[in-house]
Design a binder for this molecule. Structure first.
Ligand code: NAD
Length: 443
């Protein structure tokens, strides 16, 4: 089997070790010759890279490893770029969450004003990675996890429509794993799903087991009572994360808005924005929890591995986040024709949405990339909501490339999370001030 060469862009991410552990766990299915880490923050990446070097040396010493901040070194001789960068890091996520909340609006990393602000930063960073890949390894594929995926995907479609970039998200994977447990199965891989929408803005319309039996009724019955929270069947993996437990439970309210389908949890921010604001504390948001929790835990463990010069008893774990990216790389490398949810240009797959919308739908993935499956017509409720959000994303991307204050203001006004146009202007001006080192100047 061919061995692939990989660069993980955003090497300093707390998700990098779990991607590497997943890659090492799958070498029989997806052999690897080389793993590189690339980041533009040397110090941050070094913490993670020192530990990853030891993990790789112990588990697969024949894999070449290097960590670099030099794009040429990072992107040369590569088959896959696995990208998960966060432009502005947690310092800027802090503003994305807190500026809207202090104005009484949804303060979230990828939805509403915070997502728009992050999108404006992310476009620059992700486009830079696409250019490095095309310059130094033009036949490579980029598997991009960098958020906000919907805005990043639209920007790439607009200026580099032929680039070999696949935009992906682990949210549906997480929920599908939950649905599988609810239906009494062991894994999401025992199901075939049909799903449509934009990233962080979609619905499942059909879920079946491999014999073709309809699993929607049993999953719906459970979701009506518990949402996607698995505590009542004793299978909840996130017991120590009260925010997520509430979010999973709240899916029961989202479900009631259209019981013919099953909702993405992120719809909470658009359908129940006041509820989302009420349950948030503008002085202590997700980013504070992550800094004190996940980031601290992963970095302390990386430092411990470096100090002991071994990872034999490590607490670092493989996660669902990583499993999807490995399956996708494998589908391309070995033409597996696996069915996966990807963010792709609509081109008529959802019949009554614009042709150029970047929709999240099932695709069959092989060596030539994704072949989207036909969804057909979707109902008015979803169509209306999607078109509104789609217009927001289009306006954000146009505002970025045209440096247009007017269009970015319109994007904020149009977001279903926004209350009125004056408030949108106030928030926009505060976001411009906070992002002045990252955003293009708007006129
Ligand atoms: P993180 O801050 O821990 O790591 C991101 C890394 O990116 C940092 O080390 C930073 O220095 C680096 N970086 C920033 N700008 C860069 C640039 N221009 N070039 C190279 N490196 C750069 O962030 P995280 O929490 O691990 O998240 C990383 C990304 O993955 C985010 O966009 C996040 O939203 C996304 N994410 C996506 C999913 C999904 O399913 N789509 C799930 C989880 C996280």
């Amino acid at each position: 089997m061919k061995r692939s060469s990989i660069v993980i862009a955003g090497g300093g991410s707390t998700y990098t070790p779990e991607i590497i552990l997943m890659l090492l766990d799958n070498l029989d299915r997806f052999p690897i010759s080389q793993i590189k880490l690339y980041d533009n923050d040397y110090e941050r990446q070094k913490i993670v890279a020192d530990a990853c070097e030891i993990i790789i040396r112990e588990q697969a010493p024949d894999i070449k490893f290097l960590a670099t901040t030099d794009p040429e070194e990072g992107f040369t001789d590569i088959d896959f770029v696995m990208a998960h960068i966060r432009v502005g890091k947690y310092e800027m996520r802090d503003f994305d969450e807190k500026i809207p909340l202090r104005n009484g609006l949804v303060g979230q990393e990828t939805c509403g004003p915070g997502g728009i602000a992050y999108g404006f930063r992310s476009i620059t960073g992700v486009m830079e990675l696409v250019e490095y890949m095309e310059k130094y390894s033009p036949n490579a594929w980029m598997l991009n996890y960098s958020n906000p995926a919907a805005i990043v995907a639209e920007a790439i479609r607009k200026v580099k429509p032929d680039s070999r970039v696949l935009n992906i998200c682990d949210m549906p994977i997480d929920i599908e794993e939950r649905m599988a447990y609810i239906a009494g199965l062991n894994s999401r891989k025992e199901m075939d799903v049909r799903y449509y929408g934009l990233n962080h803005f979609g619905w499942w319309c059909d879920i079946r087991d491999k014999e073709g039996n309809d699993l929607m009724p049993v999953i719906k019955e459970y979701v009506l009572e518990h949402g996607y929270n698995l505590e009542s069947i004793g299978k909840e993996p996130r017991l120590n994360d009260p925010d997520w437990l509430k979010t999973y439970r709240f899916a029961s309210e989202l479900y009631k808005t259209d019981p013919s389908v099953l909702p993405s949890t992120y719809l909470k921010y658009y359908l129940y924005p006041d509820h989302a604001v009420e349950e948030s504390d503008p002085d202590y948001t997700r980013v504070d929890l992550i800094r004190e929790g996940r980031e601290k835990r992963v970095f302390e463990e990386c430092r411990r591995i470096k100090e002991c010069e071994t990872a034999k008893d490590t607490t670092l774990e493989i996660g669902v986040h990583a499993s999807f990216i490995v399956d996708l790389a494998r589908a391309i490398a070995f033409n597996t024709h696996e069915r996966m949810l990807l963010i792709v240009e609509n081109k008529g797959a959802v019949e009554n949405l614009p042709l150029t919308a970047m929709v999240e739908i099932p695709c069959i993935v092989g060596s030539n990339g994704p072949e989207p499956m036909v969804i057909g017509e979707i109902p008015w409720f979803q169509k209306g909501l999607i078109e509104q959000q789609h217009a927001v994303e289009k306006l954000v991307v146009e505002a970025y490339f045209e440096h247009s204050y007017q269009k970015l203001w319109q994007a904020l006004i149009l977001s279903k999370t926004m209350k009125d146009a004056d408030l949108a202007k106030t928030v926009l001006d505060q976001l411009i001030e906070a992002n002045k080192d990252f955003w293009p100047e708007l006129t």
